[in-house]
Design a protein around this ligand. Structure first.
Ligand code: BGC
Length: 766
């Protein structure tokens, strides 16, 4: 349907009908307008499996949902650093959605992990916007290729669950752009999600569901978003303000707010043209949802295998003392821990999937015919030691060669809706590990958790394998990695702190134990989130961002840069060799960080600007190429509201983790030419730092300098007086009138401003 046809259709709708299309009929369906053949369509969560509820459902899954494949959650997927796996997940979800006649899947969630305490971090990708944005782009493109829409969420600055529906986030605008909006920007520009879901919280005092700057100025006008903005479930405060700001669809529906829209139009508070535009967008989406007519089918067993592959390739081997892993095929193993029988494979809340099947580690071992002995060890539902289970486990460990101890966070420890208080495993699990390690030196800890835990116990474990929330096939995937069928090739998509107190926003992140009962949340740490903080402050986290061990080893060599200087229009190709110099096939996640050494503006010590995952046979070498462009070098210039490339030296770092830099090179950035803004409040220092304006200033001020040497010194024109020069640097031009003792008046200022403006304009004309 062309936009012309859609406009004509909108003309046929009554005001009431138009308003009715701006909210759902119930929890999951939109409204129909039967008279004109407009049918309802359905959406469902997301993001790592479908949660399609029968009519009359609720939004937290209390009434259950139809069976679907439960894939690994986003925190797992992100640790694969593998765009193709993200695409496989997206495609599989798209196919399941088509079969279920769903039009939009509510995901992915790409909010930045500001603190590891956020209860919903398992549903998000990373602390880094490039990693989050790239994987989400692959996911969205692959899912939408099945003619099903996505909903990129939660837009924006929804980085905690504590008081999530009322907090007001204040974050400096540069940090907002560079960290919290940047992943959204990437996905919108590279994948055009059919919908974007606004967040619950407020930003700069305004609810995101009625934020004109966010929903229209940035999302549509700057980034070119052409889809529909849907509210998070229950996020609407003022519906009319929402329509005016760019929120087209309120969910869930079934309330009387459509009437408010009608009334506002009748009373002239809301321009009908604005409503018409919203309805055009909604109908545009509606016709997209009608494009694919034939149903797709799939095999749940095959999707189970997709889930297994993603889970295996997302796991991160954190420790492997004396190569206690992999286990030898055919060797007997002792398995301890209730998670081996009752896996924790997904998180709680709106993303909770009713999985087709769940394969535990014990079931996987049975299926492989592996020989093992099992002890439960502890009760997942309690934090207290169960003496009987404890003793049984101890006996087993005494007689075993190696012990696989499956630990993790119980459901109640992390979920949508609330944040964690601490980063510890339950006490009974820690006590068990300690006791087992006293009778057996080869304890292999497998972890099931949606977000980092601290590991004061790490010396007691010979190996630690992070399996995240690995989806319904997690047991088989853990077995694949333990026995070396798959080489562990995930790397951490977020830093693992040594202690909670070490985390960057420890002082300004409220928890139930350290509540902030005000709704004001200040992101006072600014850009210093995750590795940006640890690396800049030279602090040792427990495990750095991008870290992960392997059963084989990789070497890096022969770095080359396609140019030694780069301007804003250029691209830079960075190439290097990676060799698998071990004895097994495996994949390596290679990372490119840029360190801005220009000194133009304060920046984290380095930032991730590229990555790839390279599969290599033993002994094989591959040349990897990563391309950088202006934006990778740029910071957000708040004064000019644009991305700006600084002038100066950048170090290119090729790394195996943010703390393991293997190769370095340098490139000179020519920078963007941005002249200072001319006005009475322009600072002397800024004007003198730019050749064009400095020259114009000198010219215009020559006569005044003769009369008033003090002013000359303030401009740095007599080099002997650093103090005067330093003081002058931050003077606005208007202050010259105050300090020149009559030598420079308001009329002189006017002339000076004209002269400067002219110089700038001559320069632009070239
Ligand atoms: C969540 C969304 C979810 C929606 C519908 C909300 O509570 O924040 O992520 O898509 O419910 O279940």
């Amino acid at each position: 349907m062309s936009s012309h046809d859609i406009k004509q259709l909108v003309e046929q709708l009554t005001l009431e009908e138009k308003a009715s299309l701006c909210s759902g009929a119930d929890f999951w369906h939109t409204k129909a307008v039967e008279r004109l053949g407009i049918e309802e369509w359905m959406m469902a969560d997301g993001p790592h499996g479908l949660r399609q509820q029968p009519r009359g459902g609720d939004h937290l899954g209390i009434t259950g949902s139809n069976p679907a494949t439960c894939f690994p959650s986003a925190s797992a997927l992100a640790s694969s650093w593998d765009r193709s796996l993200a695409a496989q997940l997206g495609e599989a979800l798209g196919v399941e959605a088509r079969k279920a006649e769903l039009s939009v899947v509510l995901g992915p969630g790409i909010n930045i992990k500001r603190s590891p305490l956020c209860g919903r971090n398992f549903e998000y990708f990373s602390e880094d916007p490039l990693l989050a944005g790239e994987l989400a782009t692959s996911y969205v493109n692959a899912l939408q290729a099945q003619s099903v829409g996505t909903s990129l969420k939660h837009f924006a600055a929804n980085n905690q669950e504590h008081r999530r529906m009322s907090v007001n986030v204040s974050v400096d605008p540069r940090t907002l752009r560079e960290l919290y909006l940047s992943a959204f920007e990437r996905v919108v520009k590279k994948a055009q999600p059919w919908t974007v879901m606004c967040s619950y919280n407020r930003l700069y005092g305004e609810y995101c569901s009625q934020h004109p700057w966010l929903l229209t100025e940035v999302l549509r006008n700057e980034w070119g978003f052409s889809g529909v903005v849907v509210s998070d479930w229950g996020a609407v405060d003022d519906r009319v303000a929402g329509v005016a700001a760019g929120l087209e669809l309120e969910m869930p529906g079934g309330n009387d707010r459509d009437g408010l829209i009608v009334k506002a139009v009748r009373e002239g508070e809301l321009d009908e043209a604005v409503l018409n535009t919203a309805v055009e967008r909604l109908l545009g989406l509606y016709f997209k949802t009608r494009q694919a007519t034939e149903k797709l089918d799939f095999s749940p067993d095959q999707h189970h295998q997709v889930a297994r592959r993603i889970a295996a390739d997302s796991m991160v081997l954190l420790k492997n003392h004396q190569e206690v892993l992999p286990l030898e095929e055919g060797s007997e193993v002792a398995v301890i821990g209730e998670f081996a029988k009752r896996p924790r494979y997904q998180g709680g809340g709106s993303s909770h999937v009713n999985a087709y099947r769940v394969e535990s580690l014990l079931e996987a071992l049975d299926a492989e015919g592996a020989s093992y002995r099992y002890a439960q060890g502890f009760d997942i539902d309690s934090d207290s030691v169960n003496e009987q289970l404890f003793q049984q486990a101890l006996e087993l460990a005494k007689s075993a060669e190696k012990v696989v101890l499956y630990l993790g966070l119980p459901d109640r420890y992390e979920s949508e809706g609330y944040d964690r208080d601490h980063l510890n495993l339950p006490d009974n699990q820690i006590a068990l590990l300690k006791a087992l390690s006293e009778v057996n030196q080869q304890i292999i800890v497998v972890l099931a958790n949606g977000a980092p835990v601290v590991m004061p116990w790490i010396q007691q474990a010979a190996a630690v394998l992070e399996s995240h929330l690995g989806g319904q096939a997690v047991g088989a995937a853990v077995a694949d990695v333990l026995f070396g069928k798959r080489n562990p090739s995930g790397k951490l998509s977020e830093s693992y702190p040594a202690t909670l107190e070490q985390t960057p926003c420890f002082d300004h992140f409220a928890t139930p134990a350290r509540p902030n009962n005000s709704d004001h949340v200040a992101y006072a740490e600014g850009l210093m989130v995750g590795y940006r903080y640890y690396d800049t402050h030279q602090l040792e986290p427990l495990f750095p961002f991008g870290f992960g061990l392997s059963y084989t080893r990789f070497d890096y060599a022969n770095l080359s840069l396609s140019a030694s200087r780069i301007g804003p229009q250029d691209t830079l190709t960075v190439a290097f060799d990676v060799t698998n110099s071990g004895k097994r096939a495996g994949s390596e996640v290679v990372q490119l960080y840029l360190a801005d050494q220009s000194g133009e503006i304060s920046v984290p010590v380095h930032q991730l600007r590229g990555f790839d995952k390279v599969a290599l046979e033993a002994g094989e070498t591959q040349r990897v190429e990563l391309t950088l462009e202006k934006r990778d070098f740029a910071y957000f210039d708040v004064d000019h509201n644009e991305w700006r490339m600084p002038k100066g030296t950048f170090e290119v770092q090729i790394a195996a983790s943010s703390r393991d830099i293997r190769l370095t090179g340098t490139v000179e950035s020519l920078g963007d030419e941005v002249l200072p803004t001319i006005g009475r409040n322009a600072l002397v220092g800024d004007l003198m730092a730019n050749e064009v304006t400095a020259q114009a200033l000198r010219q215009a001020m020559a006569a005044t300098f003769e009369q008033n040497p003090k002013l000359k010194r303030m401009f740095g024109e007599s080099s002997d007086d650093e103090m005067m020069q330093a003081m002058g640097r931050y003077l606005p031009l208007r202050a010259l009138v105050s300090f020149s003792e009559g030598a420079f008046g308001e009329s002189d200022l006017e002339v000076l401003l004209k002269h400067l403006t002219q110089a700038v304009s001559n320069h632009h004309k070239g």
